[in-house]
Design a protein around this ligand. Structure first.
Ligand code: SF4
Ligand code: SF4
Ligand code: SF4
Length: 272
């Protein structure tokens, strides 16, 4: 416990000093806030602004996760969001056990809001996805626990339905892309990646501008056929006016579905 409290105070001090130093640098602060919108947060992080304001960087949430997928935002990734929780699916996927949410002493993560069962949305990375270049890989669809979140198009390539996907990360965790193709520094290591709904909106806008809106179907928005690695990376910091609305159809087999259904009645578009 003593270690946790030392981390908390150190994190708070660092954020306070650096944050104060950036006050007045309006443009830089705006960019930082935009970048913060790209973080995939644990269940119950109702908005980015709310997490940054309420989180004391105590570390209880990442200590509570049985899969080790919760960790702190690094200083390199965000000055304002430094030390607040984000998800990485290299070690596992989220099964909505809510241990991180229940461990949070400040309400930065809390039950009952529209984000309780909505972490983000998966996007297919076309130049990294094996099925997009060749054929025969359906690992992400096979591993997805939510009916309807991933479908295969007429050429057996994965297509994401954002109305169903809750961002659990099972697909990203299982994707074997990097082990099946030659290394390329400009290409994502996974053929499918969970991003925040803000980042996905920005990525789709970029793909649409390039005339590649979500693949050959030309369809973008709720049903997504993918983005390039370049659009994936750029979409993490590109401005997005508003996020894609939370998923409202998919039902994850784990966790309290009754609670999830209750959260839908709160509904609405997430606040930044
Ligand atoms: S809900 Fe459970 S599995 Fe998901 S991030 Fe929190 S502690 Fe980890
Ligand atoms: S989200 Fe809550 S539990 Fe996690 S570091 Fe912040 S205050 Fe602590
Ligand atoms: S993030 Fe989860 S729900 Fe969404 S497509 Fe991937 S495995 Fe399915």
């Amino acid at each position: 416990m003593a270690r946790v409290e030392r981390i908390s105070r150190r994190g708070f001090f660092a954020v306070g000093v650096v944050g104060a130093a950036t006050v007045g640098l309006g443009g830089f602060e705006a960019v930082t806030r935009q970048a913060d919108l790209a973080f995939v947060r644990p269940p119950g992080a109702e908005s980015n602004a709310q997490v940054v304001a309420a989180c004391t960087r105590c570390g209880r949430c990442w200590q509570a996760c049985p899969y080790g997928i919760v960790g702190p935002v690094s200083l390199a990734d965000s000055i304002v969001g430094y030390g607040t929780p984000t998800l990485a699916f290299s070690k596992g996927r989220c099964d909505f056990c809510m241990k991180c949410t229940d461990a949070c002493p400040t309400g930065a993560l809390s039950r009952g809001g529209s984000r309780e069962r909505d972490l983000g949305v998966a996007v297919v990375v076309k130049d990294a996805c094996v099925a997009w270049d060749w054929a025969g890989c359906t690992v992400c669809k096979d591993e997805c626990p939510v009916d309807g979140a991933i479908e295969l198009d007429e050429r057996d390539r994965p297509v994401i339905h954002a109305d169903y996907c809750d961002g659990c990360g099972a697909c990203e965790r299982a994707c074997p892309s990097a082990s099946l193709r030659a290394y390329d520094a400009g290409v994502a290591t996974k053929g499918i990646v969970v991003v925040s709904r803000y980042a996905q909106t920005a990525q789709i806008a970029q793909a649409d501008q390039a005339g590649q809106g979500a693949g050959e179907s030309g369809q973008s928005g709720r049903a997504g056929g993918g983005v390039s690695s370049e659009e994936l990376f750029a979409g993490r910091t590109a401005p997005a006016v508003e996020p894609l609305a939370p998923h409202d159809k998919g039902v994850h087999p784990d966790g309290p579905n009754a609670t999830r259904e209750a959260s839908r009645s709160v509904g609405g578009v997430h606040e930044a």
